[in-house]
Ligand binder design. Structure first.
Ligand SMILES: [Zn+2]
Ligand SMILES: [Zn+2]
Length: 283
């Protein structure tokens, strides 16, 4: 079997295989990661399309043929571009699908999760040399997980950051801007040296990128606050004011982001939501 050239080592004990998925444009792929050595996990066997699934299966089979053992598959969160191929992958290789309990509950019967991983969970002892910390990082999704190798500095970060496209915080789908900003800061405090996102190439200016994400969101939040007048302001008007600099942003995505910022600002006591869903600044 010839090796797939797109199977790329991206850190000690971790390889990346980008599979085409039905994800949010401009991204077109979701990265699957194989984590470990003789004993390994598959993170995000995400593609629902059989030709793409085959590429991942071939990479896994090549390792099984060398005597390696696949422990389980892990999904970072419940979004369709992360779980689309998970069930068929697990059934094919007869391994359990693991996710955070909130992700399991969100997926319900649509993608059956066999076991849970939460903050501080320990992976198979055979991976102890990688010293992988399982982190619960809500914000983009309430049951989001990251895997951080304390031994080697890489962090599989799912949709916390992306090197292709932007990260949507959608309050209608469990998104929480306050939690997201707190988890970005926590990831930065762990001083990773390489971020491995679900979409796009590895990110080597890891801490700077995480800090940039926080600063970028706070700058947008300042624009959202400025767009909320002293008189009650509709969400449409907040979006028009806060996103005037990026008219190319699809309205529905801008509205969801603005709504996420407004909810955080309300929690901070800076705005209130009045009857009719209009927002007013607290002065
Ligand atoms: Zn997502
Ligand atoms: Zn995604």
């Amino acid at each position: 079997m010839s090796e797939d050239p797109s199977v790329e080592t991206v850190g000690v004990g971790v390889v990346r295989i980008a599979l085409r998925t039905p994800t949010l444009p401009p991204a077109t792929h979701t990265n699957s990661y194989l984590v470990g050595g003789d004993v390994f996990y598959a993170v995000e066997p995400a593609s629902p399309w059989s030709d793409e699934q085959r590429r991942l299966e071939d990479a896994v089979r090549a390792r099984l043929a060398r005597g390696h053992r696949l422990v389980a598959a892990i999904v970072t969160h419940h979004h369709q571009d992360h779980v689309g191929g998970a069930r068929s992958f697990c059934d094919r290789f007869r391994v359990p699908l693991l996710a955070h309990p909130i992700t399991r509950d969100r997926l319900g019967a649509s993608v059956a999760v066999d076991g849970v991983l939460d903050e501080g969970a320990r992976l198979d002892p055979a991976l102890d040399a990688l010293d992988v910390a399982v982190l619960h990082t809500p914000g983009h999704a309430p049951g989001h997980l990251c895997l951080f190798s304390r031994a080697h500095g890489w962090a599989i970060v799912g949709d916390m950051v992306a090197s292709e496209g932007t990260i949507l915080i959608d309050p209608e789908d469990g998104g929480d801007m306050d939690a997201y900003l707190a988890q970005l800061a926590r990831l930065a405090s762990l001083q990773p040296t390489r971020l491995l996102p679900a979409h796009g190439a590895p990110i080597d200016d890891a801490v700077a990128r995480l800090e940039f994400y926080v600063a970028h969101r706070l700058a947008r939040e300042a624009r959202v606050l400025a767009a909320v007048g002293d008189a009650p302001t509709s969400l449409d008007d907040v979006v028009a004011g806060a996103y005037a600099d990026s008219p190319q942003a699809p309205y529905v995505l801008a509205a969801r982001s603005a709504s996420a910022h407004l909810r955080r600002l309300a929690r901070l006591g800076a705005v209130v939501c009045e009857a009719g869903g209009r927002w007013r600044r607290v002065t």
